[in-house]
Structures are given as structure tokens and as C-alpha cells.
Design a protein around this ligand. Structure first.
Ligand code: CUK
Ligand code: CUA
Length: 734
């Protein structure tokens, strides 16, 4: 052990990494000392060097991980595994004001089902929008398995813009997966149920009245929203549809959805029937659904779909007649289906089978063209023989679940749930090349840009289902464990364990950080949830309070370090609507807003306008304030909401007479003059250099001048009060 550590130190020294050689080091603990004290091995040191991102430096990749039952998305960097953000999606999130301000509440409200709030989501699969099969970094989609919904996040501001409720399912799972130009977002059903809303049929009518399906949500990239009217679904048999993937390259236009429980088993252990897990895994094979979505979209346009709950659904018999739906047997209870980057093969991992099955798209097409089918399923769907579609099967280990791809041709990585391993294998030659153990029981795995036509390789993240003993204990509910693995060499190397304290993330996607180009500010007055000008936005000096009947509408602004207006007076029982515009241009100058005890909060980033609404149903005095520490005078960024009792009348008070002296006024004037001298010197410097070449500096300069501009006329004002010896007003205006 000791020997190893010294070798590590020697290796680092040889690589030119300082160690104790420099005099600056000698006084402090040396690298060798630290290794010894912390019991670190050479391997540890190498892992640390591969993942450590020094202060001020950034990660190469950005991961979007499902936040599981939290209904959120977790954003973290690779290789540092530092968490960057939680994106609020299906669940209220107070920091971002999500669900606490009226504009974001409008997005959450889109996710209501049968008029009822659903304030959580079981998120499984995030997907990044693609252009020509490559991640373009513009949009992100994620599904909610429990309450069949799908959300659209705009990566210009990392905000959720839209939630759509699936019109025909009661649960879903195989989404979100995008087609190569994000024309459609795929969402497959999971547990079969009657497709018509609020229809009851007994379980005994599973075969006749229960259905599965796959929905193709049309994505309007220009609008950045799903076009529900142009979306459609395939009606499918009550096989339990599962994961899906879109074809690419030669298989573009087609999509693949696997299934389990094609037995269409109906359980009922309380009635003496064998349980679902037995009945649903009785047969040796289930079905891979093969669908031509391009042709389906044309058929829908031509009016061949029927409406169910107002949504276009292609009936099974139409899909069969038009030759756009086929089945292929796949080994028992499969889980993941993953199209290879070249679009030539479809890899299915069977969780109760030790093999992965590599299907050839070319062979599938040949069978379809030749009309070579081995049978029809009970719903009349042609079944292509497994051997006619298979390229080969590769034995990987126990419990294969999901497959991801490397930047190097033919290399794939498959998670092995039961073995708690990742298998690296060659899908062209059909052989295993390496295996690594993970901790513990891996579900999904993810390589950098691993779903795209051009995977970036480098790193793999194992999304493990159990953490057990990996972290400091925090009670019976353990954190999740995402393990980072280096895949840049022949042998995989485990680098890092990251505890994730949120939900059970199922899947994650990672994109090169340089492809993301998020904005730092909004155009002033933007409603970020609609991307349109907010009707409640005002500019500086236009702030106002308007009363109409018992509705009081406040048009407010925020800028360091005050909220205008500083007093809002209403009568008890009034409906209060406060529009808040952040006038800042400076990067990261977010203001928050809350009113004491009225359960409202908004996060107002530079340029954004947000509305908060509440009924002032209790009289009293309620401070409102900025909740982000935005400046040295942040604590003063406040005001009072005065909720007056019925019939209240103002009287004269001690506040009417001032407290400041002439000496205090003069001291303030001197401080102002000194500050102005510093500002003048900074301005002189900035304008003397090429600051215009740096957009960030330009924005800061504009912001500074903007703020300085607001002080115009103040000098005249305080001098006028001084002339009248009103030291109170003179001092404060100064
Ligand atoms: S699923 Cu959870 S491990 Cu929803 Cu993709 Cu496979
Ligand atoms: Cu604005 Cu604190």
C-alpha cells in the first residue's frame, strides 16, 4: 500500500505536477502527507485528478437527470458531478416561485387532470431536442409516468413552458424520446386501460376493452411548444408498452416500442389468482412494436384517424391495413430498446433473459417488403419471425436493462441490474469486451450524448437503484447513487460516487456544455412562461396602483435596492394583483418577492415580469420584501402591505416631523461627492479601453448608466429641501 502511494507521488512528479518540490509547499502539508493521512491510493488520486474541476473552471458536459418522484429535473456537471440546478417541472418549487406566482401557476395548471391539481410527478426519461440526430441544446422534454403527462423545458432559460396531459392513457412510461429532428416526442402507454375518458369496463374485458398505445406529440420548434392538435396516437393491444426509441439514419421515420405482459394477464391474488409478476412473465417472448410514424402522420392528415377524447387515434385495423404497424417477438419481459447511433440496429435488453437481442432494421424491412410474417397476433397485427429480424443475440449477464453507445463505432454499454455491473460490448461482432461492478443494482446508464447519432464517449454515469452503505447514513431513506465511470480507455474505471438527494432518478441525458447557450437576462417586461411581453410590465417611473371595485392592481418594479411602490394600501377583502418587473440588466441580479403570511413568492430574474395574486382577507400590517440577497442594502428592499379595516381613517402622527440635522445633511453630501469621484474614474477607465468588444461588460455598463440615469434631478431636489431647511427630506434625497 505504502509502496503504491509513493509510486503515485512519483508518477505525478514525473507528469510535472509540483508536489513538495516548490518552496511554497514546504511549509504546508505535502501531497504525500495528504495521501497518507487520508489513506488514498494511486487509483484514488487518478480518479480525483480526472474529476476535480478547479475553482473558476467549468465542466465539459451538463447532465439533465430525472428527479424521479420529486417531479423535477436535476442538472449537474460532468466530470465534477456538481449539482447546478433543479428545474421545477411537475411540482411546485418555492425558490423559483414555481406554483407560487400566477405565471408559473398557469403552467402547472395545464397539468390539471379532470380539473384537479396534480402537484407531483413520477419523472422517468428526459430527452434533449435533436437536429439531424444530434443534440442541439434547445429544448428538453420529460415524462410523468404516474399522471400521464409530458413537459417542455426551454433551455434558453431552463424553465418549464408547457405541460400536456395525455388524452387517452391512465399511465405511461415510454417517453420522452424524440425523432431525429424533434418533429415528434414519443410517449408510450404502460398499464392498459380503456382509452375513453371515465369509461368503466371490468378487468375480465381486458382483451376487448382495454388498450395500450403510443402517442406522437408534434413539437413546434418555432413556438417552442407541443402542438396538441397536430399530435396523434397509435391504438395498440393491451400489451404493457414500455420503453421506446426513434429510428435514425436508415431507420428514420420508424419508431420502436417494446412491451411486457403480452400475456394480457389479469391478476387478483386476493381472489386466489396468481399474482401479476407470475402471470406477466409466463411466456418466453413479448412483442417489439415497429411503427412507421412518418406514414402515420400522413394518414392522420388524410383523415384516417378516429377521435377519442378529441384526440386523433389510428385504430389497430387501419394501421394494419396501411402497413405501418408490425410486431416482432422479443425475449421475455424486455426493458430497454435502444437504436444504435448509425440507425442500423435496434438493441433490446430482456430483464429476465441474460441476452441482449440485436435486431437488424434492414432485415425487418426485407421481411416487411417480402410480406414474410410468421403469424398474426390476436388483433390481426402481422408478426415478423424473430430469426428473420435478429442479427444476433449476445449473452451479457443477469438482468440487462438499458444500452448506451460510445463515440467509437460498434461499442455499447448495457446495465446489468441483477449482476450490478456495466457490460461493455461490441454489437457488430457480438462479444463482451469489459465489465465493471457498480454499487449497487444499476437501472439506466448514460454516456455523453449517448442517445444521439454522434455519442461523445468519455464518461458513463451508472444510475444505481440502491446506495446501501456508500454514504454517511441519513436514515432509512438513502440518497440515490450516480457513479461516474471513465470510458475513454479499453478498461472502464470507476471515478466518483455522487449522492443525489432527490427522488429516484430513472434516466439522465448529457450534452456538451458548449452547446448550451442560455440567456442571462430577459428582454425587460417578459413573461418567461409564455415568452411574450407581460401585460403587467412597466418601466421605471411608470409604477402605479389601480383600483377597480374591490380589485387592487399594482404595477411594481424592482431594482437595487428598492421595490416601487414601497407601500400598498388595500381594504380588507380586496383582491390584490401585483405585477413585478425586474429592471436590472446586470447578470445574476435576481430579486425575490414575498408578502408576509399570504403564501406567495416570486423569483424575478433580470428583465422578467411576474404576477402574484392573493385575496387580502385579513386586516393588518404585512411586510413584503426581496428574498434574494441582491446588494448591501438588500434588507432594506422592502415595503408594507397595509390591509385596512372597514371604515378606517388616517390621523396625524409623530412621523410628520423630521429627525435629521444640518450637519448630517452636509456629511451625506460629501459622501455623495466622494462616491461620484470614484465612479468618474471607473467610467474614464472603461471608456478608454475596448470594452465594447465584451458583451458582458457592455451589459454591465448599460446597467450602471441606467441606474445612474435614475438619480437625475435628485441633486436639485435635495438642494431645494436644504434651502427650505427641511433637513429630513434634504438628507434622505441626498
Ligand atoms: S425505467 Cu426505471 S430503470 Cu422508467 Cu427507463 Cu429502466
Ligand atoms: Cu433585491 Cu434583495
Amino acid at each position: 500500500m505504502r509502496q503504491l502511494r509513493w509510486q503515485a507521488a512519483a508518477a505525478l512528479a514525473a507528469a510535472g505536477i509540483g508536489l513538495a518540490a516548490g518552496s511554497a509547499w514546504s511549509a504546508a502539508e505535502s501531497l504525500q502527507d495528504v495521501l497518507k493521512r487520508r489513506g488514498l491510493s494511486q487509483q484514488d488520486l487518478l480518479s480525483a485528478a480526472k474529476t476535480y474541476v478547479p475553482t473558476g473552471k467549468r465542466d465539459e458536459f451538463v447532465t439533465f437527470s430525472s428527479g424521479g418522484q420529486s417531479g423535477q429535473i436535476i442538472v449537474y456537471g460532468v466530470p465534477s458531478m456538481r449539482i447546478l440546478k433543479y428545474i421545477a417541472v411537475f411540482t411546485p418549487e418555492p425558490w423559483q416561485g414555481y406554483g407560487y406566482d400566477a405565471n408559473s401557476k398557469a403552467v402547472l395548471d395545464q397539468g390539471k387532470i379532470d380539473g384537479k391539481d396534480i402537484t407531483w410527478g413520477d419523472t422517468h426519461h428526459p430527452a434533449i431536442s435533436e437536429t439531424n440526430g444530434e443534440y442541439d441544446g434547445q429544448f428538453l422534454f420529460i415524462n410523468d409516468k404516474a399522471n400521464p403527462r409530458l413537459a417542455v423545458i426551454d433551455l434558453r432559460d431552463f424553465e418549464t413552458k408547457q405541460i400536456v396531459v395525455n388524452p387517452i392513457y391512465k399511465s405511461e412510461h415510454g417517453g420522452a424520446f424524440v425523432t431525429p429532428n424533434s418533429e415528434y416526442v414519443i410517449e408510450a402507454a404502460q398499464y392498459p386501460a380503456p382509452l375513453e375518458n371515465k369509461k368503466f369496463f371490468p378487468l375480465e374485458q381486458m382483451n376487448e376493452k382495454y388498450r395500450g398505445g403510443v402517442t406522437y406529440w408534434k413539437f413546434d420548434r418555432k413556438e417552442g411548444r407541443i402542438d396538441t392538435k397536430a399530435s396523434f396516437s397509435f391504438e395498440l393491444p393491451p400489451y404493457w408498452q414500455d420503453l421506446s426509441d426513434a429510428g435514425k439514419g436508415p431507420s428514420d421515420g420508424w419508431a420502436f416500442t417494446n412491451s411486457f405482459c403480452s400475456e394480457r394477464y389479469v391478476g387478483g391474488i386476493e381472489k386466489g389468482r396468481p399474482p401479476y409478476e407470475a402471470g406477466c412473465s409466463a411466456k418466453d417472448t413479448d412483442y417489439l412494436h415497429v411503427m412507421n410514424w412518418k406514414k402515420a402522420a400522413e394518414l392522420v392528415k388524410a383523415g384516417k384517424a378516429k377521435k377519442i377524447n378529441g384526440h386523433d387515434v389510428i385504430p389497430i385495423e387501419v394501421a394494419v391495413k396501411e402497413g405501418i404497424l408490425f410486431l416482432i417477438p422479443e425475449p421475455k419481459s424486455p426493458h430497454g430498446v435502444d437504436v444504435t447511433p448509425d440507425g442500423k440496429f435496434i438493441i433490446v435488453a430482456g430483464k429476465l433473459d441474460t441476452h441482449v437481442s440485436v435486431y437488424s432494421f434492414e432485415k425487418i424491412q426485407a421481411a416487411i417488403k417480402a410480406g414474410k410474417f410468421e403469424s398474426k397476433d390476436p388483433y390481426g397485427i402481422p408478426v415478423i419471425g424473430m430469426k428473420d429480424a435478429l442479427q444476433h443475440q449476445v449473452q451479457l449477464g443477469l438482468g440487462p436493462l438499458h444500452t448506451q453507445y460510445d463515440s467509437k463505432a460498434c461499442l455499447a454499454y448495457t446495465s446489468l441490474y441483477v449482476d450490478s455491473q456495466v457490460a461493455k460490448w461490441n454489437f457488430c461482432e457480438g462479444k463482451v469486451v469489459d465489465k465493471i461492478s457498480v454499487h449497487y443494482n444499476i437501472g439506466h446508464l448514460m454516456t455523453m450524448e449517448g442517445d444521439s447519432t454522434k455519442p461523445a464517449g468519455r464518461y458513463l454515469v451508472a444510475l444505481n437503484k440502491l446506495a446501501i452503505d456508500r454514504f454517511v447514513p441519513v436514515g432509512p431513506l438513502h440518497p440515490q447513487n450516480h457513479q461516474l465511470i471513465d470510458i475513454s480507455n479499453d478498461k472502464m474505471q470507476l471515478l466518483y460516487d455522487m449522492p443525489l438527494p432527490l427522488g429516484e432518478p430513472h434516466y439522465a441525458v448529457a450534452i456538451a456544455a458548449e452547446k448550451l447557450k442560455p440567456a442571462v437576462r430577459y428582454k425587460v417586461g417578459t413573461d418567461s412562461r409564455t415568452d411574450k411581453p407581460h401585460p403587467g410590465a412597466v418601466k421605471a417611473g411608470e409604477e402605479k396602483t389601480v383600483r377597480k371595485g374591490n380589485k387592487v392592481e399594482v404595477f411594481a418594479t424592482l431594482i437595487r435596492s428598492h421595490i416601487t411602490p414601497e407601500t400598498i394600501e388595500v381594504d380588507v377583502g380586496d383582491d390584490v394583483v401585483i405585477h413585478l418587473t425586474n429592471l436590472e440588466r446586470a447578470q445574476d441580479e435576481t430579486h425575490g418577492f414575498t408578502v408576509s403570511t399570504y403564501n406567495t413568492h416570486a423569483s424575478i430574474e433580470p428583465g422578467k415580469t411576474v404576477t402574484v395574486k392573493f385575496k387580502a382577507d385579513k386586516e393588518g400590517v404585512y411586510p413584503y420584501y426581496c428574498t434574494e440577497f441582491c446588494s448591501a442594502l438588500h434588507l432594506e428592499m422592502m415595503g408594507y402591505l397595509l390591509v385596512k379595516p372597514k371604515g378606517w381613517k388616517a390621523t396625524k402622527t409623530t412621523l410628520d416631523k423630521g429627525t435629521y440635522t444640518e450637519a448630517e445633511y452636509k456629511a451625506t453630501v460629501k459622501k455623495v461627492a466622494d462616491t461620484q469621484a470614484i465612479i468618474d474614474s471607473v467610467v474614464a477607465y472603461i471608456t478608454s479601453v475596448n470594452y465594447k468588444d465584451f458583451p458582458d461588460v457592455v451589459a454591465m455598463v448599460e446597467d450602471a448608466f441606467d441606474q445612474l440615469g435614475k438619480t437625475k434631478g435628485l441633486k436639485e431636489k435635495h438642494e431645494a429641501f436644504a434651502a427650505k431647511k427641511d433637513w429630513e427630506n434634504a438628507n434622505l434625497w441626498a
